[in-house]
Design a protein around this ligand. Structure first.
Ligand SMILES: Cc1cc2nc3c(=O)[nH]c(=O)nc-3n(C[C@H](O)[C@H](O)[C@H](O)COP(=O)(O)OP(=O)(O)OC[C@H]3O[C@@H](n4cnc5c(N)ncnc54)[C@H](O)[C@@H]3O)c2cc1C
Length: 379
């Protein structure tokens, strides 16, 4: 027998959980379906970076909206998500890189965005005292920070459930089809139907979109992270390098998380990744070169997460260009954790109100093919 619900959200990452939660806050009773468990993939194993810094311009409004929610996240989900705000700093290693930083900040200011601030060598050294003396400056986004990804995703899932969402884990959404004005989804031996379906299936979402007639240029990637043994406290903000694939953050216990975009090989059908130890060694070497304090550290653990990366590096977000009641929320291209809280709020506005004050129109799936939907909603 088919069970009717208000909305079906496919995928229990930060995005699906946040959207389910915000739909509940708007008075709906959604169903969240997760084939493994909430936070099993990118949302639970990422670097936890809560960053407005260095974002693509089309996603900055969503990132700013999200930042406001991060700063009050405990009020929303009854859990502080271990969110802390020590800023994020982009380090220029030479004058050429600093010139690129200067131009970027000027461009953002011209567009009315003021969250990125150009800093000189003295301010860089004040924020990151251990940085190599040859670095001439960089950019800081002072409200940025970091959170615990698994704790955050679990907190959003738990609060959604407490507010009335039904959560089904360990079973995939299958055979998704539109009939008689409703989306029908098979979940194990049950079938659920709803007027609204949100495709928040992470690296698996591109296939769902393609099966529904909306293929997009998306690939599956597996960014890697590693964590070191404890070293004396030397840094508060999260640090990103302008010219190299590197980011890192020190935890209060002294361990250092090193990432930056080097990739493992994903096997998404098996939920597995195979690490590229050579690239990991390169990342570690770079940190050790720039921060002498790190030279006594050893790498104690490394892992990777499976993620959807769009060709243009910005997510697919908003209503379908073909089907009434279908919404896409995927393709976060290695930087979707920070966007999760705001994206859920905006998605709920699109679904419930048919529009939002937050500019997300540049992120729509219709950038890949023209809309064929007669009465398409706009944002
Ligand atoms: C190593 C790493 C480091 C990163 N660091 C950062 C960072 O510091 N800051 C930042 O902002 N971002 C970061 N990211 C990116 C960020 O983690 C992702 O963009 C974000 O978590 C994507 O969330 P999601 O909900 O879209 O996807 P996911 O977390 O992948 O969730 C999608 C879920 O859908 C489920 N699913 C798929 N198909 C089905 C189906 N048919 N039925 C039911 N369930 C299904 C999957 O099992 C999965 O759990 C990082 C990513 C990785 C991998």
């Amino acid at each position: 027998m088919t069970k009717n619900v208000d909305a079906i959200v496919v995928g229990g990452g930060i995005h699906g959980c946040s959207t389910a939660l915000h739909l509940c806050l708007a008075g709906m009773k959604p169903m969240l379906i997760e084939k493994d468990y909430a936070g099993r993939h990118a949302s639970g194993v990422n670097a936890g970076g809560v960053r407005q810094l260095a974002r693509h311009i089309p996603e900055i409004p969503l990132s700013i909206r999200s930042m406001g929610i991060w700063e009050k996240v405990a009020e929303l989900v009854d859990d502080d998500c271990s969110f802390e705000s020590h800023g994020q700093v982009l380090v220029a290693e030479n004058e050429e890189e600093l010139a690129v930083c200067r131009a970027r900040v000027a461009e953002l200011n011209g567009l009315g965005f003021t969250h990125e601030e150009l800093i000189d060598a003295a301010e860089l050294r004040r924020l990151v005292p251990a940085v190599a003396e040859t670095c001439p400056g960089g950019v800081v986004s002072r409200r940025d920070g970091a959170a615990n990804p698994a704790q955050t995703t679990t907190a959003f899932r738990r609060k959604a459930e407490r507010l009335g969402a039904t959560v089904r884990e360990g079973v995939a959404a299958n055979n998704i089809r539109y009939r008689d004005g409703r989306w029908h989804v098979e979940v194990g031996s049950d079938t659920f139907a709803a007027p609204v379906l949100v495709n928040a299936a992470g690296a698996w979402a591109g296939k769902i979109a393609a099966d529904l007639g909306e293929p997009v240029p998306v690939e599956t990637v597996a960014p890697m992270l590693m964590i070191t043994s404890r070293v004396p406290h030397f840094i508060d903000p999260v640090v990103i390098l302008r010219g190299r694939k590197l980011s890192f953050k020190q935890f209060v216990n002294g361990t250092v998380l090193i990432g930056g975009g080097h990739l493992a090989t994903p096997y998404q059908d098996r939920n597995e990744t195979v690490l590229d130890w050579k690239s990991l060694a390169t990342s570690a070497q770079t940190v050790f070169e720039l921060f002498p304090v790190m030279r006594s550290a050893t790498i104690v653990r490394a892992w990777a997460g499976i993620e959807a990366k769009m060709k243009d590096d910005i997510p697919v977000f908003g209503p379908s260009s073909r089907h009434q009641g279908l919404y896409h929320q995927f393709g976060f291209s290695l930087h979707g954790f920070q966007l999760g809280p705001g994206a859920g709020a905006v998605m709920a506005e699109l679904i419930v109100n048919g529009g939002t004050q937050t500019r997300v129109s540049d992120l729509g799936i219709d950038r890949f093919h023209p809309s064929t939907l007669q009465n398409k909603r706009t944002s």
